[in-house]
Design a protein around this ligand. Structure first.
Ligand SMILES: *Cc1c(COP(=O)(O)O)cnc(C)c1O
Length: 347
């Protein structure tokens, strides 16, 4: 067993680097709620420039960004169209129902990427008093449970056209928008132009310890501040963590290409291990999903055996494991992880 735990459980496992910690320690701060924190304000400006939006609000988490956006866009009883694998359906504690009183309509898009035709078919008759009212389309880019797939810009544009023509708003869960942009070469701004609100997560591949930022029109962000307050998300001298976000945008965005290359290397290694099954070509970014097919083994059993030998993985479903590459794992670490998995399964 190697000395250092190699944690492929998630890209949330990154720890702030010495450079990031230094930036945090030196951050100029003030009361964020009063717009008096210069570092938070710089981050807001920076993100607006990056996404081509009018305004942005700094938040403790991406989950809160989704919750606030849904709350601002929708009224109780209305319906949000998204993929059936979406984080807002499966991983936010039922928040959309509790916080906004909305229904969620899950589409079956291959790899989490649905089409304009699917949206069109899901639109409710606005004249009917029996239907919930279709109000919002939510797009997850990259799609987490869809193998980290990048939304093709053309698909997003056509979904946007159909939704806007029907009077719906669009929201983007950009937990890994940075990965999508680095992989496709499409500017984040171009994706952002397809939606009315979107957010970036600083705690995934970008490697910051806390924080997400929600962006949109001035009116949308003005309303968002109200629900940030209501949900208990208001902060004070949060420049300390916004500095980590600024540092991440400067130093950790472009390097995501390395995580993608490492994920491909890892996926190819998994394909060569007996007892596992993977579709290597499906893994576009930093998320690697594979099935445990060896008789007598389950993801839970394999994850536990690997954990004891210093390698962290995530049991994603009853048959599937997820491994994620990030800032804190090197190519050499992945070699060690592959060897560990192979040895565990062979024992
Ligand atoms: C992680 C994640 C979120 C939530 O972000 P947090 O900052 O962890 O709250 C939302 N959507 C997707 C797709 C995610 O992967």
């Amino acid at each position: 067993m190697q000395n250092r735990f190699i944690d492929l459980f998630s890209d949330t496992k990154t720890k702030p680097t010495p450079g990031m910690r230094k930036a945090m320690a030196e951050a100029e701060v003030g009361d964020e709620q009063k717009f008096e924190d210069p570092t938070v304000n710089r981050l807001r400006d920076r993100v607006c420039e990056l996404l081509g939006t009018e305004d942005a609000v700094f938040l403790p988490s991406g989950t809160m960004a989704n919750q606030i956006a849904i709350r601002v866009h929708c009224r109780p009883g209305e319906e949000v169209i998204c993929d059936r694998t979406a984080h807002i359906i499966n991983s936010e504690g039922g928040g959309p129902a509790a916080n906004a009183g909305v229904m969620l309509r899950g589409l079956d898009g291959p790899n989490g990427v649905f089409t304009a035709a699917q949206v069109k078919a899901a639109l409710r008759d606005p004249a009917s008093r029996y239907n919930p009212r279709s109000r919002l389309v939510s797009i997850e880019n990259t799609s987490n449970s869809g193998f980290g797939t990048v939304w093709p810009l053309e698909t997003m544009r056509s979904v946007s056209q159909v939704a806007r023509a029907a009077g719906l708003a669009l929201h983007m869960d950009g937990a890994r928008l940075c990965n999508a942009s680095v992989k496709s070469g499409v500017a984040a701004k171009d994706y952002a132009a397809c939606v009315d609100s979107l957010w970036l997560d600083f705690t995934k591949g970008l490697g910051a310890p806390v924080g997400a930022i929600l962006a949109g029109t001035r009116d949308f962000i003005h309303e968002s501040w109200r629900f940030k307050q209501m949900m208990g998300g208001s902060m004070r001298q949060s420049g300390v963590i916004a500095a980590a976000g600024l540092y991440a945008l400067d130093h950790h965005w472009d390097r995501l290409a390395e995580d993608h290359a490492n994920a491909r290397y890892f996926a190819e290694g998994i394909a060569n291990i007996k007892g596992l099954a993977i579709e290597v070509e499906r893994m576009e970014t930093n998320l690697v999903f594979f099935d445990v097919v060896k008789p007598g083994w389950s993801p839970v059993k394999l994850v536990e055996a690997c954990r004891q030998r210093g390698v962290g993985l995530g049991a994603n479903t009853a048959t599937r494991i997820r491994a994620v590459t990030h800032l804190d794992v090197t190519r050499a670490d992945l070699g060690v992880a592959l060897k560990t998995i192979e040895d565990v399964l062979a024992a």
